[in-house]
Design a protein around this ligand. Structure first.
Ligand code: ADP
Ligand code: MG
Length: 642
């Protein structure tokens, strides 16, 4: 996975999560505010509904008052004139829309019933409103439940209207009975008085609420102004007798009024049992409503029913949904925008990285001249800069290495060809030289020789010996004698060599310091040849320090190699000579003093041991010759012996 993809996915995830959280918080908040708003409205609507409900009771009461004020009623009661009473009350009943209108004696027995004139003289204290008025001796109004018997004595049609076959409802309490026979009525009982103010009878009038829709419909019309939404009433109202719907304008699917069903158990428990107002959203029959349920109490304060108002949720929820969808759209657009910007930005930021990768691939495949090329500002720019510098350094190093290698190869080739030539000549010279030396020695032993001749012969012997040494050196240089290799402790070889060297008179002005690292790993080498190398380097150092000085010899281990360094405080080597000091016969020393073979022979020996000689020097301050030899068994050593 690319860095860009990973970065994009990461940031996208963060944005998505952040936006989702933002969205859900907003949705919750808006929903809550909205619900509260509508809930407040429904509570207000409930109050208005109560006013309609109470207004109905009041209008019955008012009507009864008007009738009771007619003194003819009182006189007719006193005179027990039933014809006159019938005439008066029937006229009043016809004029009103009251379901039941009757006159009751102070003993609680019916004097005259407008709905059923044939039946009179029966006791109606089973009507709580009448019983309460007689008991308290005062007019009274309100809501009460009346039994089936009472309704039947009024009229069979009223009893039929009150009758309900209870429809079982899923969320409701299981019904205790299958039928409802009693009825819920609102009404009033008003005393009729004679001229002296004495009570003579009780005028009773009431309306049966069961299947009477005037209250709920006027609540709908007055409170909700009959508003509809897609053909459905926005505001609905219901009157419950207990938990049974007896009057409502909530419609079933078929358009009929949803009466005979039961209230859900949760609401029933809160309103009927605890007497509290329930207000919340609720699913009523076919739709979601924001509802309010309040208990209806009878004249004794017992809870006998519920007044309900509900607002269809949909018309309020829709604008809320529109707002939320708009918000969602906004967030989506914003997310896309941010994403686009992000892609653009990552492109800009990550371009150098792509460049760096391409450049590193080029370098790896051998193109050392490749560079990142772009240099943006900031850390990325610094990085590009650093990588370019690194590439430059690598290129330079490579070039130097190439030069050094070619030089070394040249040196080796040169030495090899000179070596072959020298070896040929040396062979040819060696035999006659031996002859010259032998005969010079023989001549020297002659007693007849004068002093001058003896001295001359000594010169011949000395110079010839020197030539032989040179020839021997040449033969060594040409690797005539192959090395006899054995495991060697370099420290030991060195100290043996140095004891030999120190005894030389040339070394008297020079102090030799041995700085050996103990427990050096063994190297595989020819002891004699290595001693010759150490000797050559020591002599060169000595010759470089004509006025005395210090020769320090250091041994150490590095990277599976043993390092031997000869450091002197002598005259140093001139830069222009550095290239040539390993060449055979190169010498800066006067004729007769130097042969120019020491270093070239040493070079050949060390090379044959798989090692190398390096030199560092500063003119006038001194030189350091460092020999590196592979440790026995190391990679280089094995290659050397293979
Ligand atoms: N330790 C040293 N200090 C200064 N110059 C040196 C040193 N070792 C070698 N040289 C230079 O390298 C030359 C070559 O040395 P070498 O091959 O041993 O031949 P030779 O010693 O016979 O001159 C010397 O003539 C000298 O100029
Ligand atoms: Mg020398």
């Amino acid at each position: 996975m690319t860095v860009r993809l990973r970065m994009t996915i990461g940031i996208m995830a963060i944005i998505l999560v952040a936006n989702s959280i933002l969205y859900f918080i907003t949705v919750r908040h808006i929903s809550r505010v909205f619900l509260q708003e509508v809930q407040t409205r429904v509570s207000l609507d409930l109050n208005a509904a109560w006013m309609v409900y109470d207004g109905r009771i009041e209008s019955v009461e008012q009507f009864l008052h008007v009738v009771s004020l007619n003194k003819s009623v009182a006189s007719a009661v006193k005179a027990n004139d039933r014809t006159q009473l019938a005439k008066l009350l029937d006229a009043a009943h016809d004029e009103s829309q009251i379901d039941m209108l009757s006159l009751v004696g102070l003993d609680g027995k019916v004097i005259y019933r407008t709905t059923n004139p044939a039946k009179w003289g029966d006791d109606v204290s089973n009507n709580l409103l009448i019983a309460k008025a007689l008991e308290k001796q005062t007019s009274i109004s309100g809501t009460v439940i009346v039994p089936k018997e009472y309704l039947e004595s009024e009229s069979q049609s009223l009893a039929d209207r009150a009758y309900f076959e209870i429809i079982p409802t899923p969320a409701a309490r299981p019904p205790e009975k299958k039928f409802e026979t009693s009825g819920m009525v609102i009404g009033s009982a008003v005393f009729v008085t004679d001229e002296t103010g004495k009570k003579v009878a009780l005028l009773y009038g009431s309306n049966l609420l069961n299947r009477r829709y005037r209250i709920v419909d006027s609540i709908k019309d007055v409170v909700f102004r009959g508003q509809t939404y897609e053909g459905k009433d926005i505001g609905t109202s219901t009157i419950f007798q207990g938990d049974l719907r007896i009057s409502t304008n909530v419609k079933n699917k078929d358009g009929s009024r949803a009466i005979g069903t039961l209230l859900s158990a949760a609401v029933a428990d809160k309103v009927l049992q605890k007497g509290e107002v329930w207000s919340d959203r609720a699913f009523v029959v076919t739709n979601w409503y924001i509802t309010a349920y309040a208990p209806i109490r009878d004249v004794e304060g017992r809870i006998i029913g519920i007044l309900y108002v509900g607002l269809l949720e949909e018309p309020f929820a829709r604008p809320q949904r529109v707002v939320l969808n708009l918000f969602l759209l906004l967030i989506a657009v914003m997310t896309l925008l941010i994403l686009a910007l992000l892609l653009l930005l990552t492109n800009v930021v990550l371009k150098p990285i792509t460049q760096i990768i391409a450049m590193s691939r080029k370098v790896t495949s051998g193109d050392l001249s490749a560079r990142v090329g772009v240099h943006p500002t900031g850390e990325m720019g610094d990085l590009c800069e650093a990588i370019d510098q690194m590439a430059h350094a690598v290129e330079e190093r490579e070039q130097q290495l190439k030069i050094a290698t070619s030089r070394q190869i040249g040196q080796s080739a040169k030495l090899a060809s000179i070596g072959r030539l020298a070896a040929g000549i040396a062979h040819e010279i060696n035999n006659p030289l031996t002859g010259v030396l032998t005969f010079a020695h023989l001549l020297r032993q002659k007693t007849t020789m004068d002093e001058q001749s003896k001295e001359d012969i000594d010169v011949i012997v000395r110079e010839t010996t020197r030539v032989r040494e040179i020839v021997q050196g040449l033969l060594n240089f040409a690797r005539e004698s192959p090395p006899q290799k054995q495991s060697l402790d370099i420290n030991e070889v060195l100290s043996q060599t140095m004891t030999l060297v120190r005894s030389q008179k040339e070394f008297h002005k020079i102090s030799v310091e041995e700085k050996f690292t103990g427990n050096l790993p063994y190297i595989l080498g020819d002891k004699n040849q290595l001693q010759q190398v150490f000797l050559n380097l020591s002599l060169n150092a000595c010759e470089a320090m004509e006025k005395g000085g210090t020769l320090s010899i250091t041994t150490s281990v590095r990277d599976r190699s043993v390092l031997i360094a000869f450091h002197d405080t002598g005259c140093g080597i001139r830069p222009e000579h550095m290239e040539r000091i390993f060449d055979p016969f190169f010498t800066t020393k006067p004729v007769g003093k130097g042969t120019g073979l020491g270093l070239s022979v040493s070079y050949g020996i060390v090379e044959q041991h798989g090692g190398s000689i390096e030199v560092e020097s500063e003119e006038g301050r001194g030189s350091t010759f460092t020999i590196t030899l592979p440790v026995e068994g190391s990679e280089t050593d094995r290659r050397q012996n293979a």
